[in-house]
Design a protein around this ligand. Structure first.
Ligand code: PLP
Length: 439
């Protein structure tokens, strides 16, 4: 590595506090200084390339340096970069709201800049809705074991990841968690669907007792991504929808990770044929170009805030709400979906990856289990005696030119949708060799 790169790494460690990191680990694990990206590839300062197998934390849907998204932002830049959204409006935010409504069937969109803020907004809106309707006892939120909804205090209260949560427990509002419908937790002989129904029964039992104080249940539809790509049967969502109707509580669909085609449909809830009361979107919404999140909700919920009294309104705000550049990136992302039949192309790519994986020599001999795929997400567990497998594999893959970040012993692929067949083959080959090197 050249000395100027060395100094960039030192400057980074001296000045940047990196996310989700015990910084001391960087004494032995070097940062990777990235200079540019193109398609699925990232290039470091020495010209070494890495295939971005996690879409840079699940945001770069169409890879890096996408001409269409870039052009849209540039065009918007010449018109209007930003304007306060309280009291003002602009074409990109209106268009985006209309197009998202047409996709989800939810009539109003409230904007923020990141996923955790979207969670906060949905929770606050749900609580405030019941209050405006005179149901002041509905102050509790229900969430799932192994769920993840972001890391601000409200979002962390409905997140179930002890490593992220336990330290802050005294600051958080305790809420109930229900069993995760993750099919890996099924009993031997029990199908994914049977297990999902059993979990729905547990939800029904809980709600029979506690519905009066419950405002909403928040779930990640079909896949609990952050805790290791736990996948479950859509019947669970159908049953939750019915329970929410029966007991008068909101269903909040956190599609921050799975929205925009990741599970094979534009939104994961479509596979259950249900409509949530709130949907939270972020991550892929701008194709990874600019921060943006949105909470969409029903016209009925919107109407409960519409009043002569100011305090009955939703007085929440973020400075960058509805940023025009972010909205233009989101509109370009939706254009790509419309123009290129992305979902059909992804189905072909997913079939190709599954066939290639099945045909890979040596793959069957590896100590892997629970190989699973939904849409453009794949995951499997690695049986190993190395307690530091996660680090070993991460480093072996980086050496091989592949960016993958296992969650514990779970290795997953969440590639950009622009990945080609030859890049898929290359990714699988490098995964195989990195597994062999780290087992
Ligand atoms: C990433 C994620 C969040 C939080 O989004 P941030 O932009 O990181 O705050 C919330 N929910 C889910 C399901 C996520 O995957």
């Amino acid at each position: 590595m050249t000395s100027s790169n060395q100094s960039l790494l030192q400057r980074s460690l001296a000045s940047v506090w990196h996310p989700c990191t015990q910084m001391k680990q960087h004494e032995s694990l070097p940062l990777v200084p990235i200079r540019r990206g193109s398609g699925v590839w990232l290039e470091d300062m020495d010209g070494k390339r890495y295939l971005d197998g996690v879409s840079s934390w699940w945001v770069n849907l169409f890879g890096h340096n996408h001409p269409q998204i870039k052009a849209a932002i540039r065009a918007q830049l010449d018109e209007l970069e930003h304007v306060i959204l309280a009291g003002f409006t602009h074409e990109p935010v209106v268009q985006l709201s209309e197009r998202l409504s047409a996709l989800t069937g939810l009539g109003h969109s409230f904007y923020a800049s990141d996923g955790a803020s979207a969670t906060e907004i949905a929770l606050k809106m749900s609580f405030h809705y019941w209050r405006n309707r005179g149901q002041t006892s509905k102050t509790r939120f229900l969430s799932l074991q192994n769920g993840y909804h972001g890391e601000t205090l409200g979002a962390l209260s409905v997140t179930d990841v002890s490593l992220f949560k336990d330290t802050y427990a005294p600051l958080l509002r305790a809420g109930a968690t229900l069993p995760s419908p993750d099919w890996r937790l099924a009993e031997p002989g029990e199908t994914a669907e049977q297990y999902a129904l059993r979990c729905a029964d547990a939800a029904a039992d809980y709600l029979a007792q506690h519905h009066a104080e419950t405002a909403a249940i928040i779930v990640e539809p079909l896949i609990q991504c952050a805790t290791g790509m736990a996948m479950y049967h859509p019947v669970y969502l159908q049953r939750l929808r019915a329970l929410c109707d029966q007991y008068q509580l909101h269903l909040i669909a956190d599609e921050i990770a799975v929205g925009f085609g990741r599970t094979g449909t534009m939104f994961a809830v479509e596979q259950a044929g249900i409509h949530p009361d709130f949907i939270c979107l972020s991550k892929g919404i701008t194709g990874g170009y600019l921060p943006l999140s949105v909470v969409q909700t029903t016209d009925d919920i919107y109407a409960a805030f519409y009043d002569d009294k100011v305090a009955r309104g939703f007085l929440h705000s973020h400075s960058y709400t509805g940023n025009a550049l972010s909205c233009s990136a989101a509109l370009a992302t939706l254009d790509i979906f419309d123009q290129q039949d992305v979902l059909a192309q992804n189905r072909r790519k997913a079939d190709y990856l599954n066939q290639s994986l099945a045909a890979l020599p040596d793959w069957q001999a590896l100590p892997l289990k629970n190989l699973r795929n939904t849409g453009m997400i794949w995951a499997f567990e690695v049986e190993t005696t190395h307690s530091d497998f996660q680090q070993r594999f991460y480093q072996a893959a980086l050496q091989a030119g592949l960016l993958l970040r296992p969650v514990g012993n779970t290795v997953y692929f969440m590639p950009p949708y622009v990945i080609t067949e030859s890049e898929i083959d290359w990714m699988l080959q490098q995964t195989l060799s990195s597994l062999k090197a780290s087992l």
